[in-house]
Structures are given as structure tokens and as C-alpha cells.
Write a protein of this length. Structure first.
Length: 108
């Protein structure tokens, strides 16, 4: 059942990427297309991670290339080997982490 597999993978991707610096969750502008986790570096999206069809797709913006991995473990391995800067850093704890990190306000 692809829908169940997609839901499980989506939850695992959230656990891996949520709160990491540079990552945001974005809805697709295309109706029916799945949302994506996007890593932004130097003002532009460098890569996007999409769960679709029971697999995890990694889209590389600069080269217009897709890489497909079977699960979140393979996603983490691929990121560590090919985009280590995107997976480094500790996960922030939601809103509190963003506030402490100065993402909403500048603390004097």
C-alpha cells in the first residue's frame, strides 16, 4: 500500500530534517504534487527531499538531477556523503529554538 508507505516515510523524513538549520517544509505549487523539504543555501534552494511512490526522491537544483533512495537511512547516508553541510548542525526545538537562535527577533 503506497499511501501507508508514503506516510511512514514522511514521518521519518520529518524526524530527520525538522529543525535542522537551512531546512524548510514547503507545499508544492502544482496541484496534487507532494510537498517537499527544501534545503536553502546562499539564498536559493540547493536540494529538495520529496516522499512519493513509496520512496524518497532528492532533487538537486543546480544540476536538475533526481536521486531516489529507498528509505530514510539511505537518505541520511546520501546527505552525509554528498551534502554533509545540509545535515550538520543540531536540530532546534521548534519555535523556542528559533527564538533562541534569533530567527524571529534580534536580542540585544
Amino acid at each position: 500500500m503506497p499511501g501507508v508507505r508514503n506516510n511512514q516515510l514522511s514521518k521519518q523524513v520529518v524526524q530527520l530534517l525538522q529543525g535542522r538549520p537551512g531546512w524548510t517544509f514547503e507545499a508544492s505549487a502544482t496541484p496534487g504534487a507532494p510537498p517537499a523539504w527544501c534545503y536553502t543555501d546562499s539564498g536559493g534552494v540547493e536540494l529538495a527531499v520529496i516522499v512519493d511512490g513509496g520512496a524518497v526522491r532528492i532533487y538537486l537544483e543546480r544540476t536538475d538531477q533526481d536521486v531516489t533512495v529507498a528509505d530514510v537511512d539511505q537518505l541520511a547516508e546520501w546527505l552525509a556523503a554528498n551534502a554533509a553541510h545540509a545535515i550538520q548542525g543540531d536540530q532546534k526545538d521548534g519555535m523556542l529554538g528559533r527564538l533562541k537562535g534569533g530567527k524571529f527577533f534580534t536580542w540585544n
